[in-house]
Design a protein around this ligand. Structure first.
Ligand SMILES: [Zn+2]
Length: 380
């Protein structure tokens, strides 16, 4: 079984390669999933020598090459050199590097280029999510993978939100939502009706305006309580086949995108973070896992659950759908887990189920005691 940890570049650079190597090799971890292109964040950093918190807008931690189109990553404003190259250069053996790569979730690019964002049924631009139906967005995504693969630093490139962003998002600053949307309302709220999504659906003879009206009215019905917020999206779609067909068009678009990503990655292994918004409901972000498996080497399921059984359930749900290896991510800290025994039980369960690789979330965010729990769990 292999072990990795997600890591922010500032934690690597500020702690330095020696301390990182000591922490990780003591714990039994030999891979770093390094954030290379990332969304806006405030990180609380319990053991960083220089700070207790770090803020960044959506940024890349490398300088993009000159082959991008209209959309390109915006390097972090305080970088004095290319952090990805620096870290790759300083990486102590036996550690190896993977790219943790955020795709469509990018509020900075979304605010600057509102025409390429998801546009919901009420006509709002959801600026936190770029729409993969848009050719400029697909070019941006494939360029990121090509650019990173070309650097030769990474054994794996892992893809986060290379899909249709779900619902009301991960949480905007001071997000104010005082209605209960539930899974159905969230899904419908985030369903995209941008020009590119409309054109693609029309090719399948779908009456797009009729679908849009149904979606907009149903969101308002959920808000008003005329449709229960507990309605299962699957059963609702069974009764609204036109909306289901509209949503299905997205899966074909993602298949085309992933075929392009596979070419862009070349020999570098490609992984996709499955399980969003919940394991088994990846269709909500337009992902058909069995079909996308043709174009990637493995899935990773971030299962930030509180018990061995819940983590295993998340893993088994995805594993049953696909014929490529399924890796698992776990969070050995608040709010998921509060003791070392649980971390041990989870890792033991994954080992017994033949999971090839576990990634821990996230080195710089974990208090020291969580790093101790990881070390004990890996040793036992
Ligand atoms: Zn769209």
């Amino acid at each position: 079984m292999e072990f990795a940890t997600w890591m922010y570049p500032w934690d690597f650079l500020e702690e330095g390669p020696d301390r990182i190597a000591e922490h990780l090799t003591t714990a039994g971890i030999d891979e770093i999933n390094l954030a290379t292109n990332y969304h806006t964040v405030q990180a609380f950093t319990p053991h960083n020598p220089n700070r207790r918190t770090f803020f960044a807008q959506a940024s890349s931690y490398f300088y993009p090459d000159d082959q991008y189109g209209r959309l390109e990553p915006v390097p972090y404003f305080e970088m004095e050199d290319d952090w990805v190259d620096t870290i790759a250069g300083e990486l102590p053996a036996p550690l190896s590097l993977n790219s943790w790569t955020v795709g469509c979730h990018n509020s900075r690019l979304g605010m600057a280029h509102r025409d390429v964002t998801i546009e919901n049924a009420h006509g709002d631009d959801l600026v936190f999510g770029l729409c993969p139906s848009n050719p400029a967005v697909r070019l941006y995504l494939t360029n990121i993978v090509r650019d990173l693969a070309f650097r030769d630093h990474f054994d794996r490139i892992e893809l986060e939100t290379f899909d249709y962003f779900y619902g009301t998002g991960f949480g905007w600053h001071h997000q104010k939502i005082h209605v209960q949307l539930g899974a159905l309302g969230e899904f419908l709220f985030g369903l995209c009706f941008c020009d590119e999504c409309r054109v693609r659906a029309q090719e399948f003879d779908i009456d797009v305006e009729d679908v849009r009206r149904t979606v907009a009215e149903t969101i308002d019905d959920v808000v008003a309580g005329r449709v229960s917020h507990e309605t299962s999206p699957e059963s609702w779609l069974n009764e609204h086949r036109d909306v289901a067909a509209y949503a299905d068009v997205r899966t074909q678009t993602l298949e085309e995108l992933f075929a392009e990503l596979a070419v862009a990655a070349g020999d570098t292994e490609l992984g996709y973070y499955a399980g969003m918004p919940t394991p088994g409901r990846e269709w909500m972000v337009g992902a058909d896992l069995s079909k996308l498996a043709t174009h990637i080497d493995y899935y990773c399921v971030p299962a930030y659950e509180s018990s061995r059984e819940a983590v295993l359930d998340a893993y088994r749900t995805v594993e049953a759908e696909v014929d490529v290896p399924v890796h698992v991510g776990i969070l050995p800290a608040h709010p998921a887990v509060h003791d070392g025994e649980t971390v041990e039980a989870i890792v033991d369960g994954l080992r017994r189920n033949g999971v090839p690789r576990v990634s821990f979330y996230n080195y710089g965010l974990l208090p020291e005691r969580s790093l101790d729990w990881i070390a004990s769990a890996i040793r036992s």
